[in-house]
Design a protein around this ligand. Structure first.
Ligand code: FES
Ligand SMILES: [Fe+2]
Length: 425
């Protein structure tokens, strides 16, 4: 439909993770999914129909006819770039303007449907769901590895019955690999080793190195693609790079231990990038577009297929947990998550998302930012505070978020079965 885009309802208390900005590029589909057929998708609660013109330009229109709101995706393509409503035959061009009306010669100039800004980049078709005047293609997250000749890889789209934010949480804290993915990429060093969190307004980076460890099965196999005889220990890295609102590119890999990878020499190792971009479908469902790009044995399709299938299996384990977590959330309305120090990265992502939402809604960015900054400072001192609490033998002293985090950490040390995400989950 034409006219200004409505913003979603203001956040309601606890459930900020259910909301998403509209002034954002979301990966609507892989490039090969958009063609000379009608693809119907809900993105950010907006029904959208996508197709390509005969010249190859991707188009995204509101999937609701101006006349009586019949889904245009039930119509058909006509001519070079037009779509015809399947109900009474109104035709629209790629800009959403009506070009034909049945049984009348004049065309009502108000007869339009919203045409979403679209950009095809890094093998994805990105749709801007907010104010078209703000749709700057430079805001698309840098995922160049997905179509660079220096990398090889492939991926898939998963439809997940959970908020997109839960997937961001999942990716910003990879200690879950030890518990969810124990058979493939998990390793006890994941939750034992320190990590560092840095951020800007739009980005968050979590860096973790695990030095001199046994390679988990997934990485042992990958390293042996390049160094078939190597059986020794490895230095492993996970550098998680988030770009608001919903893209996470993870630089992962292993190198022969002690060959200089932490200092930047990866010549004795293998590097991958796990590309993840999440597109909210509704408040509680999303599309998860992922790919695994590698820098070794680029011409070996057999490795591309092995990695794609392997990562698919790993992500299925996440999907099961995330959908169960979403059900837990819906069964406990009003519940506030507890936070552990492992949640520091995801808390910064929530801050970045909240800033975007605040900017759209015209709410008090500074106030929200101040609160988020307080929370983040509390997070960064969580381990220290927990240690102090342990040392004092006290688990309930103090007030404020810092003290709450400290109590959570202490509680999980004394109640190891309490679970990673706090009570109930
Ligand atoms: S509903 Fe589309 S032409 Fe009538
Ligand atoms: Fe996972």
């Amino acid at each position: 439909m034409s006219g200004p885009i409505q913003s979603p309802a203001a956040p309601t208390g606890h459930a900020t993770f259910r909301h998403f900005p509209l002034n954002a590029w979301y990966a609507a589909a892989w490039d090969h999914e958009v063609g000379r057929n009608l693809l119907s998708k809900t993105i950010a609660n907006r029904p959208i129909v996508m197709y390509r013109t005969t010249k190859g330009r991707p188009v995204a229109l509101a999937d609701a006819c101006w006349h009586r709101l019949a889904p245009l995706s039930m119509g058909k393509l006509r001519g070079e770039d037009e779509i015809m409503c399947g109900y009474h035959g109104i035709c629209y061009d790629a800009d959403g303007r009506a070009t034909f009306m049945p049984a009348q010669e004049t065309i009502n100039p108000s007869a339009t449907v919203h045409s979403y800004p679209v950009v095809e980049k890094y093998r994805y078709v990105w749709v801007w769901t907010g104010d078209p005047a703000l749709a700057d293609p430079d805001l698309i997250p840098d995922l160049y590895m997905n179509d660079s000749p220096d990398w090889a890889g492939d991926g898939r789209t998963i439809h997940v019955n959970c908020s997109y934010q839960l997937i961001i949480d999942n990716l910003m804290d990879l200690t879950h690999e030890q518990f969810v993915h124990g058979a493939s990429i998990g390793h006890e060093s994941l939750s034992e080793s320190d990590f560092e969190v840095t951020h800007t307004d739009r980005t968050v980076t979590v860096t973790k190195w695990m030095l001199g460890i046994d390679a988990p099965p997934f990485w042992k196999r990958n390293l042996q693609d390049r160094f078939p005889d190597y059986e020794g220990p490895v230095d492993r890295w996970q550098i998680i790079r988030y770009t608001a609102p919903s893209t996470v590119a993870i630089d992962v890999g292993v190198a022969k231990a002690g060959t200089g990878a932490p200092e930047g020499d990866r010549s004795q190792g293998v590097t991958g990038t796990v590309i993840n971009t999440m597109t909210p479908e509704t408040d509680s469902t999303c599309f998860y577009l992922w790919a695994f790009a590698r820098d070794w044995c680029l011409d070996k399709q057999v490795i591309t297929t092995r990695l794609r299938e392997g990562v698919s299996g790993v992500f299925f384990e996440d999907e099961v947990m995330l959908e169960a977590q979403q059900r837990g959330i819906e069964a406990n309305p009003g519940y506030d998550f507890y936070n552990l120090n492992i949640d520091a990265g995801s808390m910064w992502t929530r801050r970045a998302v909240q800033r975007m939402i605040d900017a759209e809604l015209g709410t008090d960015v500074e106030e929200t930012t101040e609160k988020a900054a307080d929370a983040a400072v509390a997070m960064s001192s969580a381990t220290e505070a927990a240690n102090a609490a342990d040392a004092n033998g006290a688990t309930d002293g103090g007030t404020g978020l810092g003290a709450e985090v400290a109590r959570d950490v202490a509680r999980h040390r004394t109640q190891p079965t309490a679970g990673l995400m706090g009570r109930g989950f």
